[in-house]
Design a protein around this ligand. Structure first.
Ligand SMILES: Cc1cc2nc3c(=O)[nH]c(=O)nc-3n(C[C@H](O)[C@H](O)[C@H](O)COP(=O)(O)OP(=O)(O)OC[C@H]3O[C@@H](n4cnc5c(N)ncnc54)[C@H](O)[C@@H]3O)c2cc1C
Length: 412
């Protein structure tokens, strides 16, 4: 039997953050991982998708840059190389984590782990006695009854990352962050993309104006979509939607959400990250890990959402459709009002700020750099900084941040 201060099951962002912080505090740490170090985020989620997305954006921009004076005829795509690059990025980051475990003297057990009781973990035929146990076992792709994964025609978000070649056409079921990002990736690469969304709007968790804007962008990019619609049945390769439409996609990606890994909840054990059944985002799990190990609390109602692609989409706080008319003020600044957006040929999007009693209660951004911009608002909201106080801040020109500043003056 081996003894540790802390035993952690799952080496994704929630688990490895807990491990590094505990080790930095001088605790003896053991972490168990049945698959690859880095979890879904590093191996099958955040990092590989954003790497492939970046390749797809370069490809798209090179093909469409003649108006900027860049003549790139005969731009070709080597998808095998795109995947090789993605694998290299993941491997490099994974090696960094593995080295971090070594230098911080964190014991790593590459095995499935099971909890025997609140202080005992069984793995690889051994028993580990731990003063504290944290479970960060993550989540798995959700399957739909009419769309069982066969990993060949009907794919999940893991399968899609390892397709040897691009399909000619794809049907994406679900328009959450994963569905929208893959729609953008495939569309950039020239794949014929159709998206079905059960809710009445694309990206249903977003503010309604963001959803509407995404629908407009999809129309201009010729990404077909159906809202209030899902797959009714599949007969061979023929897909029938609930609106009666029949499609013949080469592949189907089911991006209908993720289910926390099923584990028996044991009293005295702490559950963090996706398995906690709360917000399924890497940064949420990371903050939970820090809260558990360091005791540094965070406001769970102020967790930013980002959806990647050109332009980026980011939001924080309240959505307009959830507010009573007449109880709030708003501003909506078109990104095309900013000089920088013209310099960058990136005029699509807006910055919308919602406020009450002189303070920001929500912000919704569709813009290049939205993933960075949202944090300016987040810091103001978290620290109760009033709109009048923010107006005193000097924002550099030409930047997208100026859009935040300009929006503050338009709140009515
Ligand atoms: C395609 C895709 C794109 C995404 N993009 C983003 C993004 O851009 N930004 C963002 O914030 N989030 C994104 N996410 C979500 C993000 O990946 C998850 O929120 C995050 O990985 C959760 O971290 P975690 O540590 O809770 O679990 P995970 O990363 O899922 O790690 C859990 C680990 O536990 C291991 N494990 C489970 N059970 C056991 C056991 N019994 N014994 C040993 N090991 C076990 C698993 O093998 C896994 O490695 C994306 C997800 C997907 C699928």
């Amino acid at each position: 039997m081996e003894n540790f201060d802390i035993g952690i099951i799952g080496a994704g962002p929630a688990g490895y953050t807990a491990a590094f912080h505990a080790a930095a505090k001088g605790m003896s740490v053991v972490i168990f991982e049945k698959d690859e170090i880095g979890g879904v985020c590093l191996n099958k989620g955040c990092i590989p998708t954003k790497t492939v997305l970046h390749s797809s954006e370069i490809f798209y921009e090179m093909k469409n840059s003649s108006q900027l004076g860049i003549c790139t005829e005969n731009v070709t795509l080597n998808y095998a190389k795109v995947l090789e690059h993605k694998n290299n990025v993941v491997e490099k980051l994974r090696k960094g984590l593995e080295l971090g475990f070594k230098t911080n003297k964190i014991s790593v057990v590459k095995s499935f782990a099971r909890i025997a009781d609140a202080n005992t973990i069984l793995a690889d035929g051994k028993t580990y006695q731990c003063k504290k146990i944290i479970v960060a076992a993550g989540a798995e792709p959700k399957t739909l009854p009419q769309l069982k994964f066969d990993h060949n025609f009907i794919l999940n978000s893991d399968d899609i990352l390892n397709l040897a070649a691009l399909p000619k056409s794809i049907l994406i079921v679900g328009s959450g962050a994963i569905g929208i990002e893959w729609a953008r990736i495939f569309s950039n690469f020239g794949v014929d993309v159709t998206v079905t969304e059960f809710a009445q709007n694309l990206l249903p968790l977003a503010d309604i104006e963001v959803s509407k804007r995404i629908e407009r962008i999809f129309k201009t990019k010729k990404i077909k979509f159906y809202t209030g619609t899902t797959v009714e049945k599949i007969d061979g390769k023929t897909v029938t939607l609930t609106n009666g439409e029949e499609l013949l996609p080469e592949k189907i990606l089911v991006a209908a959400g993720r289910t926390p890994v099923q584990t028996e909840k044991i009293e005295g054990v702490t559950y963090i990250g996706d398995v906690s059944g709360k917000i399924q985002l890497a940064h949420f799990g990371i903050k939970q890990a820090i809260a558990v190990v360091e005791g540094v609390k965070f406001d769970e109602s102020l967790v930013p959402s980002v959806v990647y692609g050109l332009p980026e989409i980011a939001w924080i706080g309240q959505r307009e459709q959830d507010l009573q008319p007449g109880t709030y003020q708003k501003s909506n600044l078109l990104i095309s009002a900013l000089g920088k957006s013209h310099c960058d040929d990136a005029t699509e999007g807006f910055i919308k700020i919602l406020s009450q009693n002189g303070k920001i209660i929500g912000a919704h951004i569709v813009s290049k750099e939205a993933s960075a911009l949202i944090h300016q608002i987040l810091i103001a909201m978290q620290n109760n900084i009033t709109i009048d106080k923010l107006k005193e801040v000097c924002f550099a020109h030409p930047t997208y941040s100026e859009g935040i500043f300009e929006s503050l003056w338009r709140i009515k």
